[in-house]
Design a protein around this ligand. Structure first.
Ligand SMILES: Cc1cc2nc3c(=O)[nH]c(=O)nc-3n(C[C@H](O)[C@H](O)[C@H](O)COP(=O)(O)OP(=O)(O)OC[C@H]3O[C@@H](n4cnc5c(N)ncnc54)[C@H](O)[C@@H]3O)c2cc1C
Length: 454
């Protein structure tokens, strides 16, 4: 039975009810724990849950176990992505926006080398920008898994490690030992602490060897996308639900490259995010203060004029590091841990859905299709763009404005959603300012040559 196509939205901020029948060994579960699982999935977040749903959709009937250290499912994020292809969750979207805007500078006063009044507005009616509340996603996925009768979930159970034999994997969690034919590691990814393996602490080095899947090397670029978002509801109508503000750089840039992001759901409800594209020591209170200032400036809203329904926070590592997502025949790394984040943008949700489809094809149907996400040209473009952002943050507002102003919107959406062909890529390259990109390209290529020699 596929995921229910009826859309039931939970109130934003509401905690999800985990079906008792899904909890492995719990009183509501009629299933005895299996002595050998077909697949054990470590981490039941976006990728882990999506993988289990994809396996059921592909016809899986054997026992699957999900293990997560979390104890509950909160409304902890909002996934936005362009509606370029079907996913099992797109029908849950709370908003479908077809116009977006990027602001590099305000109408009055230039900032550094950026002239005033640089704002780009674009529409692509065929490919709306969807926003999906985490609690809707979690509820729909957990209900679907509970209906199957073959999937179990262990919550509050940190996975520790595993040993492989030629026929199975022996997994250890905080309180159990579990046997599986296949392991999927979807425990998420954090920004690496050390710049190189030499600088890594023994624990970090062990983590890296154990299969975090990352190579921390000077030739790679790692850029944090750190943010706090408030999902707010206002007293009076102030938002335009037909348009979202993807990046508003017209905030003070003195403490690093940052922008505001506004995704409305209605005239009185929106996600408002404060995003840094650089290391920052700003506390959560500081992030929220930035949102307050912005809401006052842009919408005339004082804190008493709105209520916060949900808060989200994160630090998405953006990197051109090469991920080993299949370290051995019985282990797959998935989600951010398997390199699902788009290096140049931080978008991850669609790539997770694609890799879950590929995983399900392989583990359930035995068809080994590689996830086609990253042809070499696009991954090179991503690496160059990321390097440029890291080396020239002050130019970023101008570059993003150029992209959204000069590239035909549907071509840009295809590029941002990994569906671009060489013509779209060429349009993008032609739109970018030529000055500093060749230097970024040379740095990336030189780094790769050096890396290959070592
Ligand atoms: C607030 C936020 C907003 C985002 N918004 C977008 C967006 O709009 N669009 C987009 O494309 N991407 C977005 N992303 C990026 C990405 O899509 C999400 O981070 C996504 O949740 C990544 O999925 P994942 O499964 O890799 O990690 P997670 O969803 O974080 O899941 C990892 C799971 O592993 C569990 N875990 C960790 N350690 C252990 C352990 N030792 N044992 C057992 N379990 C463990 C965690 O509890 C968690 O449940 C966002 C990220 C965040 C944080």
């Amino acid at each position: 039975m596929p995921l229910s196509s009826t859309t039931v939205h939970l109130p934003r901020g509401a905690v999800v009810e985990v079906p008792a029948s899904l909890l492995e060994g719990g009183p509501g579960s009629g299933r005895a724990p299996s002595s050998l699982y077909d697949v054990v999935i470590l981490g039941a977040g976006c990728a882990g849950l999506s993988a289990a749903v994809a396996m059921l959709d592909a016809g899986s009937t054997g026992p699957i176990l999900l293990i997560d250290s979390r104890t509950e499912y909160r409304d902890d994020r909002t996934w936005c992505f362009w509606d370029v292809e079907p996913t099992p969750f797109s029908h849950l979207a709370r908003s479908r926006i077809t116009t977006w805007e990027v602001r590099a500078s305000r109408n009055s006063g230039s900032r550094g080398s950026i002239p005033p009044g640089l704002s780009a507005r674009a529409s692509a009616p065929a490919t709306a920008y969807l926003s999906l509340a985490a609690n809707d996603f979690y509820q729909a996925a957990l209900d679907r898994l509970a209906e199957s009768g073959t999937v179990g979930l262990l919550l509050g159970e940190p996975a520790l490690g595993w040993l492989e034999s030629p026929t199975e994997v022996f997994l250890t969690t905080a309180s159990r030992q579990i046997r599986a034919k296949q392991i999927v590691d979807a425990r998420g990814l954090r920004m690496p602490v050390a710049a190189s393996p030499e600088e890594a602490s023994p624990v970090e080095a062990a983590e890296a060897r154990r299969g975090r899947g990352t190579r921390i090397h000077p030739s790679e670029t790692w850029l944090p996308q750190a943010f706090v978002g408030l999902h707010i509801v206002t007293e009076r109508p102030v938002f335009d639900p037909g348009s979202c503000l993807l990046m508003d750089f017209t905030v003070d840039q003195g403490c690093g490259l940052r922008f505001m992001y506004v995704v409305p759901v209605s005239t009185t409800e929106a996600l408002v995010e404060h995003v840094f594209l650089t290391e920052t020591t700003l506390s959560e209170v500081g992030f929220v203060a930035g949102i307050d200032l912005y809401l006052a400036r842009e919408f005339g809203l004082e804190p008493r004029d709105y209520r916060v329904l949900a808060t989200e926070r994160g630090c998405i590592p953006m990197t051109d590091s090469v991920f080993r997502d299949r370290p051995s025949p019985r282990v797959t790394l998935l989600g951010t841990r398997g390199g699902a984040t788009r290096p140049s943008t931080g978008y991850t949700f669609l790539r997770i859905q694609r890799s879950c489809r590929a995983l399900a094809e392989r583990l359930v149907r035995g068809t080994d299709v590689r996830d086609p996400a990253d042809p070499p040209t696009r991954s090179l473009l991503d690496a160059i763009f990321l390097r440029f952002l890291a080396d020239h943050p002050g130019r970023a507002p101008l570059v993003f404005h150029r992209m959204f102003d000069r590239v035909e919107p549907s071509a840009l959406v295809r590029f941002l959603s990994e569906q671009s062909d060489w013509r779209d890529n060429a349009r993008l390259i032609l739109a970018l300012p030529k000055g500093r990109f060749p230097a970024a390209a040379a740095a990336v290529l030189l780094g790769r040559v050096r890396h290959a020699r070592h």
